[in-house]
Design a protein around this ligand. Structure first.
Ligand code: B4P
Length: 191
C-alpha cells in the first residue's frame, strides 16, 4: 500500500497517519517529524530546516526530496508507506512519481483531510500550549495556511485527474475521522 495523506496544517494528518499506517502495516513517514527530529538533534539538515519552519515557509524542494528519497529506500518502506505532509509542491509530486516508478510500484490512494480554517487555527493554538512548537503562533499558522492554499491545494487536482483522491471530513472526534478514512479506503481498488 502506497498512500499519501494531505490536508491543511492542523487538519489531523499526523494524528491520523499513525492509525492508518498501523492498519496497513507500513511506516508513516512525516516530513515535518523528520525535520523536527533533525532540529532537536542540531544536525546540519535541522539547522537549515529550522530557518524555514519557524517562519512557516516550506523547506526547499531539493532538501526535502533528497530526505524523502533516502527514507523511502530504507528496508521497512519496501512493502509500502504512508507519506504525511509530502508532496507539498508540484516539483515534489514529480520527484515522488520518479521515486515510486523506480520501485516498480504505483500510488494507491491520496486521502485529503478537510476542515474549517478557523477550527484549524484554534487546534494549533491549543497545541502550542501543550507542545510549544515554534511554528504554532497565530501569524505563522496563518502563513502556513496561505502557503498551503497557494502551493499545496493545487496538487489535489493533479491527483484527482489520476482518480486517486478521497476527501474526508476532518471535523469532529479523532476516532470518527479515522473511521471515515477507513470507510473511504475500503472502496479503493487494491492493485
Ligand atoms: P507538519 O509537521 O506536516 O505540520 P502540520 O501541517 O501542522 O501537520 P501536523 O501533522 O503537525 O498536525 P496535525 O494536522 O496532525 O509540517 C511542519 C513544517 O515542516 C511545515 O510548515 C514546513 O515548514 C515543513 N515541511 C514539512 N513537510 C514539508 C515538505 N514536504 N516540503 C517543504 N516543507 C515541509 O494536528 C494538529 C493538531 O490538531 C494536533 O494538536 C492534534 O492533536 C489536533 N487534532 C488532530 N485531529 C483533531 C480532531 N479531529 N479534533 C481536534 N483536534 C485534532
Amino acid at each position: 500500500m502506497r498512500l499519501l495523506l494531505m490536508g491543511p496544517p492542523g487538519a489531523g494528518k499526523g494524528t491520523q497517519a499513525k492509525f492508518v499506517a498501523e492498519h496497513f502495516g507500513v511506516p508513516a513517514i512525516s516530513t515535518g517529524d523528520i525535520f523536527r527530529a533533525n532540529v532537536s538533534e542540531g544536525t546540519p539538515l535541522g539547522i537549515q530546516a529550522k530557518a524555514y519552519m519557524d517562519k512557516g515557509e516550506y523547506v526547499p524542494d531539493e532538501v526535502t526530496n533528497l530526505m524523502v528519497r533516502n527514507r523511502i529506500d530504507e528496508p521497512d518502506a519496501a512493502p509500502g508507506f504512508l507519506l504525511d505532509g509530502y508532496p507539498r509542491t508540484l516539483a515534489q509530486v514529480e520527484e515522488l512519481d520518479g521515486m515510486i516508478k523506480h520501485t516498480g510500484h504505483q500510488l494507491d490512494a491520496v486521502v485529503v483531510i478537510t476542515a474549517d480554517p478557523e477550527e484549524l487555527v484554534a487546534r494549533l493554538l491549543q497545541r502550542a500550549q501543550v507542545e510549544g512548537r515554534a511554528d504554532d503562533t497565530e501569524d505563522v499558522i496563518r502563513r502556513r495556511q496561505e502557503l498551503y492554499a497557494a502551493e499545496t491545494e493545487p496538487l489535489i487536482a493533479v491527483y484527482k485527474e489520476r482518480g486517486l483522491v478521497h476527501e474526508v471530513d476532518g471535523m469532529g472526534e479523532v476516532e470518527d475521522v479515522t473511521k471515515r478514512i477507513f470507510d473511504a479506503l475500503d472502496v479503493v481498488p487494491q492493485s
